[in-house]
Design a protein around this ligand. Sequence first.
Ligand code: GAL
Length: 664
Amino acid sequence: MVESIHGLRGVGFGGDYNPEQWPDDVRLADLDLMREAGVTIVSLAIFGWASIEPREGSYDWSWLDDTMDRLHEAGIRVSLATATASPPPWLTRKHPEILPRTADGSVLSPGARQSYSVSSRIWRDYAVGLAVAVARRYADHPALTLWHVDNEIGCHVPHDFSDSAAAAFRRWLRARYGDIDSLNAAWGTAFWSQRYGDFEDVLPPRAAPSHSNPTQQLDFARYSSDELLSYYVELRDAIRPITPEIPITTNFMCTSATKWMDYRRWAAEVDIVANDHYTIAADAEREIELALSADLTRGVAGGRPWLLMEHSSGAVNWQPRNRAKGPGELMRNSLAHVARGADAVMFFQWRASQAGAEKFHSALVPHAGRDSQVFRDVVALGAAVGSLAPLTGSVVQARAALIWDYEAWWAVELDAHPSADVVYMDRMRALHAALWRRGITTDVVASTDDLDAYDLVLVPTLYLVSDEGAANIAAAAERGASVAITYFSGIVDPNDHVRLGGYPGAFRELLGVRVDEFFPLLDGETTMLDDGTTADLWSERVELAGAEAVRMFTDGAMAGRPAVTRRQVGSGAAWYVATRQDESGTAALVDALLAESGVAPVLDVPAGMEAVRRVGEQGSFVVVVNHTDEVVALDLNGSELITGSLVEPGFKVPAGGCAVVQEV
Ligand code: GAL
């Protein structure tokens, strides 16, 4: 694995650069503006194929040669794309069989982007051919810093149901199960006459008269993530021998909305994790969702620094209502990513397009040009990012962990469950937000990750868990952590088979409870707990089997029965939450867990202020992001990197402002 990003110094600053959309005078002006903004790195040629090879076999490298040379002269590094993110029109006309299909058999036509099936051998051969051609041409170019393989692989087509995908799915199943009887056992095909006699009879879960086999659906999700990843790996392995020194990555979408790529498996295949994140304008707590995504990205990266490959200077173009960022929001968003481990602050895109589907998407240079608030904010941000070099390579410190398993997410949201309202991100976001509001930094890790560093482990809705994951979580409690698990966890094994003998099967013993029946609440129905808080969505009949009741239901079908329980385990504790608590109930739970575990914030900050510590070779850094309308005084000693000022106790961070303090 290549460990450092060739030639990039400090925290990277820049974005996607699409010069093929502009005449030469604009491209020349771009270089001056990039210098003014402090750009140090751009992602180039992501959608360049049709400009590089307008007709099969006829190449025009001139625009890319010029751009590479000019960027190098300007001292700007290049993250060069394989240019495969969208097939050119001649290719889809010649080979329509490379197009993907939806579950109901519809073909996804060319005319947008990503209109390819990663299972198509023809597509892969063409993509590898182009990637190799690009790599050979620029292998020795001094601006080349990083390879950007394809783009957001799986973004638009996480699942392909085409015939080539069906064949690839069968290959994947043969490798997983070896023989058809093992598949039958795993899929529970004694049910509904689904028993298979031959792998050749198996199909993807295409549109069907009723609920498709859940394990077939789950395996198709696993296969789809692996198949997309294998496409990345094939391109990576084609270019690696040409430029062995240059790191290779692709941009992930570790967000609370991107469900289908198991980025933990993907992270093992990239030289450095790169992530794209966009805030949702209508989300009143978008800065907390941003923090969750950044914490997840860091977890996926195994705690190591990562690159923020894309975010936006303002509005996007793909939400129902796209709104510019508020005053200071660009700086806060950027530094919140840095706080949580980003070593680059990059954007989609450098210059706002004049034509095409993304013409109303913000950029570093807006339609209004240099004389604009956006560009002034970008210049200020570039200067700030330019001052952060000392923290490059440092790692984030956290004592609280949130368990996030992609397979649990896929499985819990399958159809035909006790309640369609149980969604994975619900408790994930609620628990993370409760910690965020208390200034606690949270690592987002897998059930099977090493949990030794954590005094507090929160386990939201872990419906599917392996024996190993369940034992790992139990061991954390034994060892002294406070562990809290929410409803509909530990229900099934990795084949999506129910763990028998009472719910929550995998955690019954750890929690000291036994549940014989679920009582999901109806839409709009609420229930009361004995501390006066309310709950909704879920309840269940909990019997104590070693645990004590912390909160009881006081009304409804479960009146007089436990709603929240706690069991002393070894030198730690295991808590169970058998309903969806309201915000005050969740806050009380988290306060109790923090008091018990001794987990405290880095600094005493008011709700709405982030303070995250990164520690590295050049010392210890506290990044503070003030989302409140108040000036906040901090108890810190050191120097502030952005302004270069001395920091003493009482140091003031302006309302809506940020600071990066190198501690002494
Ligand atoms: C990303 C993509 C970019 C651009 C951006 C717009 O998903 O990688 O190419 O489309 O979204 O927000």
